[in-house]
Ligand binder design. Structure first.
Ligand code: HAM
Length: 423
């Protein structure tokens, strides 16, 4: 146990970090294009925030939260998602006083006590964006385009964008009644969660994971028939903008999403080859959330992408670029006599901004050259005893195998110029 990470978590090893940084870089660059600014919120919050924000009848709150009591007897929860925290920060920091929209993005670890499998973890990472303060569907379209552009820039094709409207507090009661009418005769055969949610939140019966209940849910009355004029117009407006932007989408009336805060627009982007965990991105509008947690009535919309899933998708298609992990110079110092000189030169080169390595273990000349090759050094500087006695060092260009003798006092200036011209 001491030598294994907790179930559902994993290390991101140095060999994998470049891929993560590439993903993050792409996301940050595109967010800058769209004017979204980064926010970093704590990884834990008061439990109450998620109970109120995400909804007490959701799987996330009922089954998946990492909740603990701290030494001051406060109930805290590791964030299972970042929307509630972003909204909490928006209210706490009175961002609503700034001109709308407030456009935020975040990248970081989230925690859910989920059943681990490929693409599903207990600690996972989300990249997400939230736009607060705009009521109309134009911002919904912008947000969806941002998600699509990121996935396309990473090279992913065959993405499926599903959109739906989940209605608003005006039209939901009618749908709720219809759902209860439909499910009531079957309640006895449904799972315990569905039975307990039937009265409190029948919409949740539509995203139950139990196969029998899913079959029943497939025939349930759709929200589409119940949408009020305002929701219908909003949905039409969104579809028109997506079409104008040339984005392919399908309308899926069964897309309800698993969190309670959604109103009107809901969407998901799927990458089918990932199988069971094909949702790489999910989001929607949450016009009641800000008020629900104590802020002024303000509309909002956002999405989050599962970074591990996006990585799995781009790795499976060999879409990761080649990363340059080479170093500029490896200082070879055979024997211990000149180590102090080698150390001093290596440090001087690093102070000039070069990437420099040297041997720490007193290895043989051959082993040091091997190490230089392994690190893909562009140059090797050899401080052999004979050369040093003459005030010189040997500089080897590793791509041409050319070797020249250079004066020790010129090492830094020569290598600086060489490395610059190499680039
Ligand atoms: P969500 O659908 O719960 O939405 O999660 C968004 C994405 O996070 C999923 O589509 C998936 O890619 C990834 N994800 C979720 N759970 C896991 C897991 N256990 N392991 C790996 N990846 C996972 C939200 O979290 C909302 N906060 C999105 C949002 C933002 N809505 C409005 N604004």
């Amino acid at each position: 146990m001491l030598t294994t990470a907790p179930r559902g978590t994993k290390d991101i090893l140095p060999r994998d970090v470049e891929a993560w940084r590439y993903l993050e870089r792409t996301m940050r660059e595109i967010c800058a294009q769209y004017g979204y600014l980064e926010i970093r919120t704590p990884v834990f919050e008061h439990t109450e925030l998620f109970l109120r924000g995400i909804g007490e009848t959701t799987d996330v709150v009922e089954k998946e939260m990492y909740t603990f009591t701290d030494r001051g007897e406060r109930s805290l929860t590791l964030r299972p998602e970042n929307t509630a925290s972003a909204v909490r920060s928006y209210v706490e920091n009175k961002m609503y006083a700034d001109p709308a929209p407030t456009k935020l993005f975040y990248i970081g670890p989230m925690f859910r006590y989920d059943r681990p499998q490929a693409g599903r973890y207990r600690q996972f990472h989300q990249f997400g964006v939230e736009a607060l303060g705009v009521e109309g569907p134009n911002i919904d379209a912008e947000i969806i385009l941002l998600a699509v552009q990121i996935l396309q820039t990473l090279g992913l094709k065959d993405l499926k964008l599903k959109v739906n409207s989940v209605g608003c507090p005006k039209c939901r009661p009618l749908h709720r009644e219809k759902l209860q009418e439909y499910f009531r005769p079957h309640l006895g055969e449904m799972c315990k969660d569905c039975q307990s949610r039937f009265d409190r939140n029948p919409l949740r019966l539509l995203d139950c994971k139990n196969p029998h209940d899913q079959e029943l849910a497939a025939g349930a009355p759709s929200l589409e028939e119940c949408l009020c004029e305002e929701c219908k117009a909003h949905f039409e407006g969104l579809k028109e903008l997506l079409t104008a932007a040339g984005v392919d989408y399908v309308v899926d009336h069964n897309l309800v999403r698993g969190l309670d805060y959604y109103t009107k627009t809901a969407f998901e982007i799927q990458y089918a080859p990932l199988g069971a965990q094909s949702a790489v991105c999910g989001g929607g509008r949450y016009d009641g959330l800000i008020e629900e947690i104590g802020g002024p009535a303000t509309p909002g919309i956002g999405f989050a992408m599962g970074m591990e899933r996006v990585l799995l998708a781009i790795e499976s298609q060999n879409l990761l670029p080649q990363f340059d992990n080479s170093i500029d110079v490896f200082v070879v110092c055979p024997g211990s006599a000149n180590f102090t000189l080698a150390f001093k030169e290596a440090i001087a080169l690093r102070r000039e901004g070069l990437k420099v390595e040297f041997d720490f273990l007193g290895r043989s000349m051959k082993a040091q050259m091997k190490q230089a090759n392994r690190l893909a050094a562009k140059y090797v500087l050899i401080l052999g005893e004979d050369e040093v006695a003459r005030g010189c060092a040997v500089l080897r260009n590793m791509s041409t195998s050319e070797q020249t003798e250079i004066p020790i006092q010129d090492i830094t200036s020569i290598l600086k110029t060489e490395v610059q011209s190499h680039e």
